[in-house]
Design a protein around this ligand. Sequence first.
Ligand code: NAP
Length: 296
Amino acid sequence: MTTLINGKETGQKIQQQIKLEVNALKNKGIEPCLAVILVGDDPASQVYVRNKKRTCGELGILSLEHKLPSQTSQDDLEGLVKKLNEDSSVHGILCQFPLPQGLNEERVIHTISTDKDVDGLHPFNVGLLATGKPRFISCTPWGVMQLLKHAGIDTEGKHAVVLGRSNLVGRPLSILLSEKSANCTVTVCHSRTKNLASVTSQADILVAAIGRPEYVTADMVKPGAVVIDVGINRIEDPSAAKGSRLVGDVAFETAAEKAEAITPVPGGVGPMTIAMLMANTVNAARIQNGLEPMEI
Ligand code: NAP
């Protein structure tokens, strides 16, 4: 029978641990604080920021929201980041992407202090990850690794195929899976990969992070594989109350029949991403106060 890998449950479990850690830090006079910058009025970004703020509140983490109009200049945006870098009461800084057209995300990432880079996107932190000494790991790839660990999936010597090579998900995840702590043999696929199905069919662990609704079909899945679906895509569905619904990058129903274990969308990787953002924020507060990062 196929196992459903429940990210909601695992995410909550991790959040409980973080809540205890937040209380312990508060007893030491340290109040973890996350500053979130939202530029413009992209509806999906507004939802993401609201969820992050709510979770901070539930865990006792202080969240400061900086809402900027879509006409904000690059200089003003970077100026705000620099101000937050210098504010010792702020431990983590997150700028919600995508930014409105005309603003350069890479320059913003480079401006964030490497000690406050809770999204783990600064080249310094990516470099630490790539050299096997991770400090702040991008939240979604870290969430996937935690999900595998908590689901008791043995990764040792397994062939992991990662679909997608973005800086946010695919690339850091491929590094994590190849780390000595996971010991996978990793293949990374992208839009120019030839004979994709023949590659994915060899995967013991198949991760889809391409942003293509239900693209990975059952014929691309090896019988008994573990399938992790990172994709979040909204598709039209007249039968749904909102007229649309969320699906992943994997055709869940049919792929689940072949997989040994699979994550649902929603309720799979999504809740893990937010849990790991909270963990990175607490770790930022710990590091800035001379403490070791917490173990999860
Ligand atoms: P992205 O930056 O657009 O990158 C997509 C990657 O997929 C690229 O490397 C692209 O290849 C590759 N790709 C696109 N079409 C492909 C195809 N037909 N076959 C093979 N590879 C293909 O996207 P992202 O930011 O990594 O996000 C990926 C998905 O994960 C999206 O659905 C996003 O919403 C979701 N996501 C979910 C979470 C979460 O918390 N669950 C967090 C972040 C993202 P090229 O490099 O050749 O263009």
